[in-house]
Ligand binder design. Sequence first.
Ligand code: PMT
Length: 405
Amino acid sequence: MANLQGKRIILGITGSIAAYKAAMLTRLFIKAGAEVQVLMTPGSTQFISPLTLSTLSKRPVYTQVTSEESWNSHVELGLWADAMVVAPLTANTLAKMAHGICDNIITATYLSARCPVFFAPAMDLDMWTHPSTAENVERLRLFGNYLIEVGTGELASGLVGAGRMAEPEAIVSTLGRYFRKADTLHGRRILITAGPTHEPIDPVRFIGNHSTGKMGIALAEEAAARGAQVHLVLGPSALATQHPRIELQRVQTAGEMHEAALSVFPGCDAAIFSAAVADYRPAQPAEQKIKKSAEALSLDLVKNPDIAADLGQRKTAGQYTVGFALETQDAEANALRKLERKNMDLIVLNTLEDEGAGFQHDTNKVSLLRKDNKKRSFELKPKREVAADILDELQELAAWKKDGL
Ligand code: PMT
């Protein structure tokens, strides 16, 4: 049974047949020790009565931003809560949340909420598999909200497939897990390298690679959510991240990334190297754009500093380093060689042979290989969840706190 003692939870209920499960969800939250403030869209009141939910939550239920008696301050609600859960979430409210539309008490509170937001979609199979729904789910996730995956089975329409709301027990245990991890990295400082590096050939060209920075940003966000102070050194990436505990430093080249990492590492408890760093750079970048003339052009390349190897040599007792290995063949053997050579404590192996893994995807499929020969392999999952698995492993091997409640 999850422990949510003293946690304040906003439960937003939207107009899906799965709204009937919200009564059980409210009951379970209360049993786990939480205070629950229920918000309902007018549509959802057709499926379940506000009276049922106010009786279970022992609080008035808000269905409007304004009522005859009062203005229900969505801003105050957003500040009051430790978590907001929208369950069930219809395709309609999902689309509104994904695009900042704010026309009812739930969407208004969502936009003001400073707490983590969890969403449990519920809809028919075809609506769930529609590309616009997939895009909206992705937008919400990328805004830092937590998707509670839909279940598969018989749906209210009679169709069989994915789209039904996660069971109330699963939703409660997701929140229980979240709060259990919430402060486990409090007081820790973590350095993360992420993204590609660009090594200039001339003022308009560079040597680079396909890394977007998604994996490293997911790690930074998960570590910050667990209470760590994060220094994120990010190579050229179109992405950004915002969190009061993430210090974001943007760099271009491997040399700059090395220098940035070197300067903060002495004060860190761990470093995680998710960046795809160019191993070589042009020896003499041209000062002017290289003109097309000869049939062939050769570039002289020199080796870049190996940041992970350098910091692996410098680490002192109590400091841990975690590397990545992106492989295309002999994956495990190559990863183990890197673990050894770079004096890492843990290496995260991902291979381009796995569909949906590695560069650019929002998902990854990894194996975690430890210096003490322990190995764990995971299925394909969102990069944020991969980040959680990596941090769990780091916390275990470093014998740091794993549970916060
Ligand atoms: O950014 P995304 O689009 O989300 O993609 C994520 C990713 C595929 C880039 C990521 O999951 C990943 O695998 N990162 C490491 C890629 C890589 O360069 O691996 P490698 O096997 O070449 O390097 C081994 C380790 O040494 C890595 O931890 C790397 O950061 C580090 N290294 C390598 C070279 C170098 N000069 N300095 C380093 O620190």
